[in-house]
Design a protein around this ligand. Structure first.
Ligand SMILES: Nc1ncnc2c1ncn2[C@@H]1O[C@H](COP(=O)(O)OP(=O)(O)O)[C@@H](O)[C@H]1O
Ligand SMILES: [Mg+2]
Length: 257
């Protein structure tokens, strides 16, 4: 049965889509079979990061018709081992429909032949996000290191816990890290959430800010303007590879004594 991972955040623009694609591409390189799902109900853009353009079907079909046909929504990406379900190209679906249909859709998707299914969510404490997160094996909450993002991260986690109870599957990712102070932010957040609010969130990793990300968007004349494809030896790609290795097999990176 596939593992379900969600990538969520309190604030928009903190790197959820980037993280979801980075996880997907890195896990696929580590020979895991991965399905990436664009589930940002405010509007799709994971397809652009993957360099994909036109689709016959999207997640909307899975939520509006019988979920049995979920194989029809799946598109092959240009990366080996990585498939994709396009999102809400026109954000026409109401939250209620998402929450109502999500259970049936997930049951179908989990039976497909994937190791990991990754959902790229929209920002904030929306019902549709929480209903998916409740199902997931791991929920990655992405924050950047600015006070406005940190503030929204606290509020997002508190709202999720008020909704779902204090779950053990919350992981924190600090993105856009530019200094050692930033690198330490995730641990501080983890500690404050536990000591002051009795909430368990595990700090997973710091991801550095890397100019290679925007430079890649100027490098290619094709649709694929992705750092993981164009600058795979950049520092940020190395961060993702390491994080994914650690997530799927923590024992491999243990120090040898
Ligand atoms: N670690 C990083 N280094 C450099 N640029 C980044 C990094 N993470 C994200 N970005 C860039 O920041 C912008 C916002 O990221 P995106 O994934 O679209 O955020 P969200 O999905 O949370 O709205 C994008 O242009 C993305 O390429
Ligand atoms: Mg996004």
């Amino acid at each position: 049965m596939a593992e379900i991972w969600c990538v969520a955040s309190g604030k928009g623009g903190v790197g959820k889509t980037f993280v979801a694609s980075g996880f997907g591409i890195s896990l696929a390189k580590l020979r895991r079979k991965v399905l990436l799902v664009d589930f940002d109900i405010s509007g799709a853009n994971l397809h652009t990061v993957l360099g994909l353009k036109e689709f016959k079907k999207s997640i909307v079909d899975g939520l509006t018709s019988s979920a049995d046909g979920c194989r029809d929504m799946i598109v092959r990406s240009t990366f080996p081992n990585l498939d994709f379900i396009p999102g809400f190209i026109v954000p026409q679906l109401g939250q209620e429909l998402c929450t109502f249909k999500v259970d049936a859709l997930l049951e179908q998707l989990k039976k497909l032949d994937y190791d990991v299914i990754i959902f790229d969510l929209g920002p904030g404490a929306q019902k549709a996000n929480f209903s998916l997160m409740a199902y997931a094996n791991r929920n990655f909450i992405v924050t950047n290191c600015e006070p406005t993002s940190v503030e929204k991260t606290y509020s997002f986690v508190e709202q999720y816990v008020a909704h779902e109870g204090n779950t053990k599957n919350l992981h924190l990712l600090a993105n856009f890290c530019r200094s050692s102070q930033h690198q330490g932010l995730g641990k501080s957040l983890e500690s404050v959430l536990f000591k002051k609010h009795d909430i368990n969130v595990r700090f997973s990793a710091a991801i550095r800010f890397d100019n290679a990300v925007w430079q890649s968007t100027f490098m290619s004349t094709s649709n694929l303007q992705n750092v993981f494809a164009l600058m795979p030896y950049s520092e940020v790609c190395h961060d993702f590879y390491k994080i994914c290795k650690q997530l799927i097999d923590p024992s491999e990176l243990r120090a040898v004594s």
